[in-house]
Write a protein that binds this ligand. Structure first.
Ligand SMILES: Nc1nc2c(ncn2[C@@H]2O[C@H](COP(=O)(O)OP(=O)(O)OP(=O)(O)O)[C@@H](O)[C@H]2O)c(=O)[nH]1
Ligand SMILES: [Mg+2]
Length: 681
């Protein structure tokens, strides 16, 4: 695992990341076929790709969670982490990235995907992860590569260095010139490319491109700069050393070209990884791994039907394998039982894993995605913290059959364990289990998993908005309950003074009984009766901001009871409230939208269209070219806000929200809400 010349050796862990549908899973498939890990290159569209083997991924023809596959190339082991490109599943990528040696950012020459590319590159830049750009789908390329590069450059804070240029024939890319090797190749479908001689215009073009690549390298290499100025051809080894150095130090982003679906450009990419990607030594150093003990980082955990919980870990130091007990700083994770090599969903038992390797460990029941695990007596401090993304969309879920309620609880627990970007909230008022996630597709996949993976049939619906109601007028109301049936009768009699309170005062109960007209021991029952009745006001919602005082009443020595006084109090409230000018209250939240500045005007329009009150906007701190728009907005309008925000920002806009206050709502909208509530009841 040492440095071999300038080349790092040993097992590597490489992330495949990039905008939605750019060809990451197809590239993984091509790599696995090219390196012999699979017999034949499958495809995403046919549902035969290793990376998209799960039922949900095949169903939607997109990656919905990360996939891990280990292969070997020229005697080194490589584990690829194929990350989903959709912003709704980005959590998997964010959690896995810290422990990889390098990333291959798969992208297309597509202007619409530049904002998403920028978000991903930003993540890599912040984590200081060396990255290649793989410009894919050049079989469909319409723009010249240099123009494409200019467009993509907007997304990267570091210079993109073109390492290959395409060879065009009749408007089709038929091969490439490797600028470092000064060699031209013609693509062959699913086979190694053929080396050809360059001449004429192609030769001139490649010389020019090579010179521009060297110029970029010379920015960080004075000797090279001198050679260029004096027209001395720099030695090839020197050029390769510089390229490797620029990548590792994050000074530049090398750009390679290819057609993943035809395995074109894949061998060149593998060779670049082999020669230039750092290994675990650099990664462990970057993360601050210290001490003598074995340390592993959890990229992802998942549940399997046959083998229980599995944790995918990158071993950063030492060795881990069966029988070893691992702990995180917070808790013991468990004792490893089963060490596996992964190829998508297929797992193969293997011996202990050494530093650099990426494997799945069985039975670490307490391990969580993002954990730093170690074998030492004192747990190794956490290497990184992956902050969960704020949830933006919710659905209410319920078991289709009552008897599955407990099973649903267990399934939700497993779902959350696998996917920390989902959260569950129990809404007691509405008696609802609400799943919060990152978008429509994310929640749809979560529901599918509950059914398919965890075997609970569920129904889903829009979550209930937290409407409440209050009153605007005071009243004094008698509540009397009297029943004579056989032996014991029931008797309770109260007089309630019902008054509105200022907003967000909640509920207040006063006992103003003088002379024992209602005996002491029944007063808590009166209060309970009031509280129960306030759960469901005349408009159908919980009543808040009211004060109820018990001012008078009477009792019967034989027939009065706790129950009778509870009932009397309820009658008082039920009969009194409708005369108090009840009014609907709707929750208003403080919303903060972040978006590229060119979408800010659109955000203002979206907010106004949703009864939002815009408070102002600012530049987003630390984000060049982004704005932050603040507004107050009704909860009912936030429900599907994310869908509009994303469609106005090429998928990259997002928001957070926080409850602010309850506001009175009257008029047609209020009438509709009350009518809908009545209909539902
Ligand atoms: N023409 C062409 N199509 C490609 C190429 N690579 C991938 N595709 C197609 O692009 C689509 C998306 O490919 P995927 O491999 O699923 O892309 P991905 O980046 O893994 O997608 P997500 O994980 O969902 O973000 C599929 O229809 C592929 O067949 C390529 O080089 N050329
Ligand atoms: Mg994919």
């Amino acid at each position: 695992m040492a440095q071999n010349g300038t080349r790092a050796t040993g097992p590597r862990c490489i992330a495949l990341v990039g905008p939605f549908q750019s060809g990451k899973t197809t590239l993984l498939e091509a790599i696995l076929a090219r390196t012999g890990a699979i017999q034949r290159q499958g495809s995403v569209d046919a549902g035969t790709a290793v990376g998209d083997a799960s039922k949900e991924a095949r169903h939607h023809k997109m990656s919905v969670e990360l996939a891990v596959a280990t292969t070997s190339f020229m005697d080194d082991s490589y584990t690829f982490i194929d990350c989903p490109g959709s912003v709704e599943f980005i959590h998997d990528m964010r959690a896995a990235l810290p422990a990889v040696d390098a990333a291959v950012v798969v992208c297309e020459a597509d202007e619409k995907k530049v904002p998403q590319l920028q978000l991903i590159l930003r993540e890599l830049e912040d984590l200081e992860i060396p990255r290649f750009l793989f410009l894919n789908k050049i079989d469909k390329a319409e723009t010249k590569v240099l123009e494409a590069l200019q467009m993509l450059q907007q997304a990267s804070r570091k210079p993109l260095v073109l390492r290959q240029i395409p060879i065009w024939q009749n408007d089709i890319v038929t091969g490439f010139v490797d600028l470092a090797l000064e060699r031209a190749h013609v693509y062959k479908e699913h086979a190694p490319s053929e080396v050809i001689a360059l001449e004429g215009e192609s030769l001139d073009r490649s010389k020019e491109a090579r010179f521009s690549m060297l110029e970029k390298l010379a920015d960080h290499d004075d000797a090279l700069m001198e050679q260029l100025l004096e027209d001395i051809p720099p030695p090839r080894d020197k050029v390769f050393d510089d390229l490797a150095k620029e990548l590792r130090e994050g000074l530049a982003v090398p750009v390679l070209l290819g057609v993943a679906s035809r395995t074109n450009g894949v061998l060149r990419l593998l060779k670049a990884l082999r020669h230039e990607s750092p290994n675990v030594e650099s990664t462990a150093k970057r993360l601050g791994v210290s001490g003598e003990e074995a340390v592993a980082y959890v990229l992802k955990t998942f549940n399997t039907a046959h083998a229980g919980k599995m944790s995918v870990v990158r071993v950063l130091a030492g060795q881990v394998g069966d029988g070893v007990t691992l702990s995180s700083p917070e808790h013991e994770a468990g004792r490893v039982s089963g060490t596996f090599k992964m190829l998508g969903q297929a797992t193969e038992k293997r011996g202990p894993a050494s530093a650099g390797e990426t494997v799945a460990l069985g039975k670490l029941d307490q391990a969580k995605t993002g954990d730093t695990l170690s074998t030492g007596k004192e747990a190794h401090p956490a290497l990184t913290a992956v902050t969960p993304l704020p949830p933006v969309l919710a659905i209410a879920v319920a078991a289709k059959e009552r008897k599955d309620d407990v099973k649903l609880g267990q399934a939700l627990h497993k779902l959350l364990d696998e996917d920390p970007s989902i959260s569950v909230i129990h809404n007691a008022d509405a008696q609802e289990v609400v799943l919060w996630g990152q978008g429509e597709m994310h929640l749809r996949v979560a529901s599918e998993r509950l059914a398919d993976r965890f075997g609970v049939a569920i129904t889903t619906r829009r979550p209930t908005v937290g409407y409440k109601e209050t009153i605007k007028k005071a009243i004094v109301q008698r509540g009397r309950h009297r029943k004579q049936s056989g032996g014991h009768g029931q008797f309770g009699d109260v007089v309630l003074d019902i008054k509105p309170l200022p907003r967000s005062s909640g509920f207040k109960f006063d006992d103003k009984i003088a002379g024992g007209v209602v005996p002491r021991n029944y007063i808590p029952s009166v209060e309970e009766g009031v509280i129960n009745a306030l759960k469901h006001g005349p408009l159908g919602f919980p009543v808040v901001d009211v004060q109820v005082a018990l001012i008078d009443g009477s009792y019967h020595t034989v027939d009065s009871s706790d129950m009778a006084f509870q009932t009397a109090a309820r009658i008082g409230i039920v009969e009194g409230l409708p005369q108090c000018a009840p009014v609907l209250l709707e929750p208003i939240h403080l919303v903060e939208i972040v978006c590229p500045s060119d979408a800010t005007a659109k955000m203002n329009a979206i907010l106004s269209g949703r009864r939002g009150q815009i408070l102002g906007f600012d530049t987003r701190e630390g984000w060049n070219g982004w704005d932050l728009v603040r507004a107050k907005m009704p909860e009912s309008e936030i429900g599907d806000l994310i869908i509009e925000v994303r469609s106005a920002t090429a998928g990259v806009g997002s928001f957070t929200f926080k409850f602010d206050h309850m506001a009175e709502l009257t008029g047609k909208t209020a009438d509709q809400i009350v009518a809908a509530r009545r209909a539902a009841e």
